[in-house]
Design a binder for this molecule. Structure first.
Ligand code: GLU
Length: 412
């Protein structure tokens, strides 16, 4: 049991609960999900046969507002993974002081093996299966690994076909369906802003810092682009196929022109080839894991040479690797702070949908940076006051808010 993903997250929950001196009954409530469902997701495949997948939605804690969190499609996703990620969403939303609880969804499916019609059918089938527990004031979905605006549009339509026009049931939608400009870049923009704030707190500037980015999905590619625009030197990037590197800095506009979504980095003729393992051990100022969970574990943590690691993915470092890195003096900026730009952007989209009001991209980005700046400040202050690492400080801020909401509502 101790090795499961959700048990790993609960180690962090326990540590922060100890430091906050939380009572035993509230601790138990916070460690456990409110509701988890495991549903059948049947579709008619293109050849006419019926394919059946499994789908999950876990609602972790709703004391501060409707459940909120992404939906991922991945061949290896399972209920335990979704449960762990739902818990992270609770602490992330609370840390950003958003009026949301935490949730996550997943379908065990390999989107690259499905046609667009099959993917749409799976999305609709899953949405219908969970439609009784989601809604604009109940549980709001969003993009996550292997899901994008197109998928969110299908979720919105499938739900709305039962409940009536409901754009606020899902965020990260296409602009034409109530999406807001800025949301696609928001997670990456947040990672860059939190990286800059951390460097500034350590007495350094982002300009001229050498960054290595592992993962080139929506988050990794925007981190590389925005950080390069702000003067950072991107020395390496990678995806599942391997990566590209250049000690003097990769020409990111040239790379992005070649590496359009769907093209793997090993096919792109920019910079030199590098493996994912080599990237993790590269000499650089900031390492940014932006791929999947547990990328840095007990086997490769000691290879990391960057003094600062910023978690753009959710849970890219195992608790064991977290200890190894911290013992080696590495500063780790935790996922629930570093990648919170996504759910913060989702909050703006949700409020825009509920009020039927359009936000400009300028206002979106301005508000995003001010929410992230406040969250960074609260974590940094807690870290100094309590002499704890940034992850523990971030959990303490988020958990104290959730625990207080639980108490005030009289749920425990
Ligand atoms: N999937 C993203 C995350 O893990 C965004 C969630 C959301 O916007 O609700 O934070």
């Amino acid at each position: 049991m101790a090795s499961t993903f959700s048990a790993s997250v609960n180690q962090y929950v326990d540590r922060a609960a100890d430091l906050l001196g939380l009572e035993q009954d509230i601790r138990g409530l916070l460690a456990d999900p409110y509701r988890q469902i495991d549903v059948q997701v049947p579709i008619h495949a293109d050849d006419g046969s019926v394919h059946t997948f499994r789908g999950y939605r876990v609602q972790h804690n709703g004391a501060r507002g409707p459940f909120k969190g992404g939906l991922r499609f991945h061949p290896e996703t399972d209920l335990d993974e979704v449960r762990a990620l739902a818990s992270l969403m609770t602490w992330k939303s609370a840390l950003l002081d958003l009026p949301f609880g935490g949730a996550k969804g997943g379908v065990t499916i390999d989107p690259s093996s499905l046609s667009s019609r099959e993917l749409e059918a799976a999305t609709r089938s899953f949405t219908h299966a969970i439609s009784g527990i989601i809604g604009p004031n109940a549980d709001i979905l969003a993009p996550d690994v292997n899901t994008d605006a197109r998928v969110m549009g299908w979720v919105m339509d499938a739900y709305s076909s039962q409940a009536g026009w409901s754009p606020a049931v899902v965020t990260g939608k296409p602009l034409e369906l109530g999406g807001v400009p800025g949301r696609v870049e928001a997670t990456g923009r947040g990672v860059v802003s939190i990286t800059a704030s951390t460097l500034a707190a350590l007495g350094q500037a982002l300009t001229g810092r050498r960054l290595a980015v592992q993962g080139f999905g929506n988050v990794g590619r925007h981190v590389a682009q925005l950080a390069a625009e702000q003067g950072a030197v991107i020395v390496a990037v990678s995806d599942v196929s391997g990566g590209r590197c250049a000690p003097e800095g990769i020409d990111i506009p040239a790379l992005l022109a070649e590496a359009v979504p769907g093209v793997l980095l090993h096919e792109v003729p920019v910079g030199d080839a590098i493996t994912n393992d080599e990237l993790l051990g590269l000499e650089c100022d900031v390492l940014i894991p932006a791929a999947l969970e547990n990328a840095i574990d007990g086997t490769n943590a000691s290879a990391v040479r960057a003094p600062l690691v910023v978690e753009a993915a959710n849970h890219p470092i195992t608790p064991e690797a977290d200890v190894t890195l911290r013992d080696a003096g590495v500063t780790i900026v935790p996922d629930i702070l570093a990648n919170a730009g996504g759910v913060t952007g989702s909050y703006f989209e949700w409020t825009a949908n509920l009020t039927a009001f359009r936000w400009s991209e300028e206002r979106f980005n301005q508000e995003l940076l001010s929410f992230l700046g406040r969250a960074f400040e609260s974590v940094w202050v807690r870290h100094l006051e309590h002499q704890v690492d940034l992850r523990t400080a971030a959990y303490m801020v988020g958990m104290a808010r959730v625990a207080e909401a639980v108490r005030l509502r009289g749920l425990a």
